[in-house]
Design a protein around this ligand. Structure first.
Ligand code: SF4
Ligand code: SF4
Length: 169
């Protein structure tokens, strides 16, 4: 029968020799390969004891930024959510009340801000779309979890500590 390609290889159907029946050459060859790999540089990293250095352009978990006075920068304009191709960002806007000027920089703020890290493709469009320098991507990544809901990061997970109080408030 004519083959479609010339990649077919004929099968060696000669009877096995005595040494081949003992499998000694094959075992020795296999052991040699194992020994060779023992002294080679490992392709894997013993995480979490050892960590690989991130690339300078690595985009990790998001962070919600504050200004130098510790006020939340986000004004809940929604541009990051509109720019997000994965529809991973949701938020609810609220009006700043008198006396809250030390908490929120703008008259409107995000009462709820959530990013679903299972949807996120870490493209960085939200960071680029933000006119208030409020969201940016850090050099950390989401830890492994057993439940999906743990990957929905709320404001309490995203906001950086207040530089004035060193707390999340
Ligand atoms: S990094 Fe991309 S996918 Fe993730 S939340 Fe931002 S815009 Fe959406
Ligand atoms: S993070 Fe930036 S783009 Fe997103 S809602 Fe807040 S201010 Fe607007």
């Amino acid at each position: 029968m004519q083959t479609l390609t010339n990649r077919a290889k004929p099968v060696d159907r000669r009877p096995m020799t005595f040494m081949e029946k003992m499998y000694i050459p094959a075992i020795a060859k296999g052991m040699g390969i194992t020994l060779k790999h023992l002294f080679q540089r490992k392709a894997t990293v013993s995480f979490p004891e050892k960590k690989r250095q991130f690339s300078p352009v690595f985009r990790g978990l998001h962070v919600l930024n504050r200004d130098e006075e510790g006020r939340e920068r986000c004004t809940a304009c929604g541009l990051c959510a509109v720019a997000c191709p994965a529809e991973a960002i949701t938020m609810e806007a609220a009006e700043r009340k008198p006396g809250e000027e030390h908490l929120y920089r703008e008259e409107k703020y995000a009462a709820r801000y959530e990013i679903n890290m299972l949807r996120c493709i870490f493209c960085g469009f939200c960071e680029e779309a933000c006119p208030k320098d409020a969201v940016y991507m850090s050099e950390t990544f989401a830890p492994a979890m057993y439940e999906r809901k743990g990957f929905i990061y709320g404001k309490q997970d995203l906001l950086i500590p207040n530089p004035k109080t060193s707390s999340g408030k």
